[in-house]
Design a protein around this ligand. Structure first.
Ligand code: CAA
Length: 389
């Protein structure tokens, strides 16, 4: 696994004051303390590439080991050329590699992951690995209710038949999809549009449908107590931390738990440590929550089962599960994610608003002459995006 976030962020308490809102509404009410805000040399490609490089390095893999690269994103940089092609070029992945991009709001990365699992299980991988990258920059209009639920980041995962972090359980998955208009981004707009409170209800309906479908698919013997106590932890899609709390309350109510909040800290708390400092990263949000769980849970999770819930507006959702592998927590801790977050720089609100304005025209920005380095977006030349490696 690899994770990339912007080097800069906005403190939600500062944003609240600038908008004339009580800081408690964003920090406690939404459960977010900071949101990542990328500067103009960062885009979906650079975040994806940085996360992918970290995943390869962390697993001790060479680009040559990859036979399938899929980038899940809802904030792509081109109507035709996939983010995956840029990532292939920047990372030097082999030409004998199937590459493409998937889109289904925040579910796009999970769609790619499930497809990669089938690719591995079918034997098509022939010893090669799939590289799945979820990369997005969540952007709502300045001053809208969605503004405090922005964020940016990427999570990359290598998928193979020798899992080092999580062994995803074949057949144990439940899907729920429904045509709804809860969150969308018209082709002419850089900002997402959302029917906020309706989107929360759509998420909860989808959770219920996917959880029920999972239980039917898993077909496990009826046991005592709440069904979700079969999991050592639950990782929900996290547009903002409070949504995970609402999700957990709903799921435990479905389980017949009369005190549905009582298990929240035990089953969910650790998964929200990193997301609360990054904000919504759309496709990668649930996987950042998984990284958070594996790097912050104080107890040994080896051999224990984790439940995962992915939700993409529009909508498609999936509840699935995996078993934590020996050494997984040490591996994710070694990525030093919390230390990376601590090294970021805070933007003042005027700086943030300047960045938001500048980002509106990024696709036409002439490429800077000075050569940068480290996967940075430089602008365009002859309508082609230029990246520094
Ligand atoms: N102190 C503490 N809490 C406070 C407070 C204060 N001073 N003032 C308000 N609050 C609480 C409210 O009680 C509320 O909590 P509950 O939900 O538990 O009641 C919370 O703060 C938020 O308040 P509002 O509901 O009044 O906030 P809002 O109407 O301004 O907007 C939102 C909230 C609808 C989530 C909005 O931020 C939004 O539209 N966000 C984008 C959409 C989104 O993330 N939807 C999630 C489901 S869809 C999905 O998951 C896909 C995806 O990634 C987008």
């Amino acid at each position: 696994m690899g994770v990339a976030v912007p080097d800069t962020y906005v403190e939600l308490a500062d944003l609240a004051m600038a908008r004339g809102v009580a800081p408690g509404k964003y920090v406690e009410g939404l459960g977010v303390t900071r949101m990542g805000v990328p500067l103009v040399d960062e885009d979906t490609v650079t975040l994806a590439s940085r996360a992918a490089r970290m995943a390869l390095e962390s697993a001790g893999c060479s680009p040559e080991d990859v036979g399938l690269l899929v980038v899940g994103t809802e904030t792509a940089v081109d109507h035709s050329k996939p983010v995956a092609s840029y990532v292939q070029g920047l990372l030097g992945l082999p030409t004998r590699c199937r590459i493409f991009e998937t889109k289904h709001a925040c579910y796009g990365g999970t769609a790619a992951l499930q497809m990669a699992l089938d690719w591995v299980r079918s034997g098509s991988a022939k010893g090669r690995k799939a590289l799945i990258v979820c990369s997005d920059i969540a952007r709502y209009g300045v001053g809208t209710p969605g503004e405090p639920t922005q964020g940016a980041g990427a999570v990359a995962m290598l998928v193979s038949d020798t899992p080092a972090l999580l062994a995803l359980e074949a057949g144990k998955t439940g899907v729920y999809s429904k045509d709804v208009m809860d969150f969308w981004r018209p082709l002419y707009s850089k900002d997402a549009l959302v029917d906020g409170h309706y989107s929360v209800q759509c998420y909860l309906d989808a959770l219920e449908g996917a959880y029920r479908a999972y239980q039917e698919a898993a077909a496990e013997p009826v046991g005592e107590g709440a069904y979700s106590d079969r999991f050592a932890a639950l990782v929900y899609h996290v547009p903002y931390g409070k949504m995970s709390r609402k999700a957990h309350r709903h799921l435990r109510t479905l389980d017949g738990d009369a005190a549905p909040d009582a298990s929240f800290d035990r089953l969910v708390g650790n998964s929200l440590v990193l997301p609360s400092q990054v904000g919504n990263i759309y496709t990668g949000s649930m996987y950042l929550a998984l990284a958070s769980l594996l790097s912050t849970a104080p107890q040994d999770l080896t051999g224990q089962r984790v439940g995962l819930f992915s939700y993409g507006s529009g909508s498609c959702a999936e509840f699935f599960s995996g078993v934590v592998q020996a050494g997984a927590q040490e591996r994710v801790k070694a990525l030093g994610l919390q230390a990376r977050l601590s090294r970021r720089r805070a933007l003042s609100i005027p700086e943030y608003e300047d960045v938001m304005r500048a980002r509106e025209h990024l696709d036409e920005r002439p490429a800077a002459d000075a050569a940068g380095s480290g996967f940075r977006y430089q602008g365009t030349r002859d309508h082609k995006r230029i990246y520094a490696t």
